[in-house]
Design a protein. Sequence first.
Length: 441
Amino acid sequence: MKKNIAVVGAGIAGLTAAYYLQKSGYHVSVYEAANRVGGRMSTDNVNGCLIDRGAQFLSMHYATLMPLIHDLGLQADLLEASSWTGVVRNKKVRKISVNHALSPILSGYLSVKEAISFLVHLQRWKKKILSFPLDDYSAWAEFDNEFSANFITREFGETILEYMIEPQMQGFYFQAPEETSKVQSLMLLNFALRKGSLRSLRYGMSSLPEKLASNLNVTLNCPISSLTVASDGTVSITSGTKIFQTDRVILATPAITSKTLYVSANEIENKLLQTKYSSTINIGIVTQKNWKLPRDLRDAYGFLIPRRERKLIAAIGIESNKNRDSVTDGELLNIMLDNQHAVILLNKSDDEILKEIMPELECYFPKLSNSIRFSHVIRWPEAEPLSFVGRSKLIKEYKETLAPHASVLLAGDYMGFPHTDSAAFTGKWAADFIKRTDLVD
Ligand SMILES: Cc1cc2nc3c(=O)[nH]c(=O)nc-3n(C[C@H](O)[C@H](O)[C@H](O)COP(=O)(O)OP(=O)(O)OC[C@H]3O[C@@H](n4cnc5c(N)ncnc54)[C@H](O)[C@@H]3O)c2cc1C
């Protein structure tokens, strides 16, 4: 049995892998480049306010993370978000709730004809997709044959593409339906079919990775710069002048880093390691105490802005409605830019970025600029992996052909759907693979 495992990257994928391996008796060492764990699932405490830097929400349907949260005793920290959200149509936020079946029609989000047509088509797809898992991207390979834009326009019509699928793809994943596999839109429809509200964590998203790391051997400030596999399959990984020896390694860093480290990758691995990422800029705005949300938005946790209505903002989260304790006074808004504008603004100063977003923001929050207590800008050049057509098939092939004695395993959200649950799933899958193949040895 190969007992020593190194995990590179202490994001949710790497920590989940390490957690399950350690639980099974392995000696696991986690190496993290940053001075904290969590990667894109992390929280900043700014002036006593909790600002989630990357991931904002969890779904109650997350099949890998929810059991993990219970295992770790964090279930009491799960907060249920309001069921109200919104989508802009004809310049106005149209409010929708899963608990109010008529809300899309009453709010003017969809006409009666559009809503009925959508439900009829959704029912047709329900039978085909409802049993598919929301964490295992490779399980959807049979659907991975065209882009979302073609598929949704043909099956559901242009309005559903422009006002339902596109805003979610850009608002949650910062990518366009023209560049994203049909699998991704089927995943969104699957979530819609399952209904249910979102969850957040009382002490911020980072509380989950921090809890996972608390019982693991994690070395922070330890960027791994090279990886060598010896002829006996053992692996040396290097950070500065330090060299660590291990039996096997799980590379749980974003594709761009894993590619530079894993130079002996095979053809399938190389294709996966070339996965490109979308970008975003995440701007937290904390308002003054006396500033009030517009009446209509007082119970909503946020809203999406479709490209037909958008200048540069894809999504606005009303974080103080997600977790009242996240701010001491005032409201906390979280503004996320679309990929196209984020790429242009990534190198601009915080003040320049604020100046760019303010006219659009004030369409929804009049006179906000006079009431800002402080803001916090986070740049994500690599926010989320793009779901090019064929990635699901490639991951399936990778899993089916990976040699039982493989020294290097790949994990991270580019090996799954671009969300925390799937990233965690890829880590758990790597841990299970090691356990299974060690038994075979
Ligand atoms: C703005 C934004 C909003 C999002 N919103 C949501 C949401 O609401 N819900 C949701 O479920 N998901 C959301 N996501 C997606 C989610 O955050 C990611 O899918 C998930 O956190 C990725 O986890 P990971 O472990 O694969 O990668 P990462 O979190 O990127 O972890 C990789 C780790 O590797 C480390 N690393 C990098 N290079 C090295 C090296 N050379 N040596 C050692 N360590 C290294 C990094 O520092 C990092 O800690 C969002 C993402 C962003 C950016």
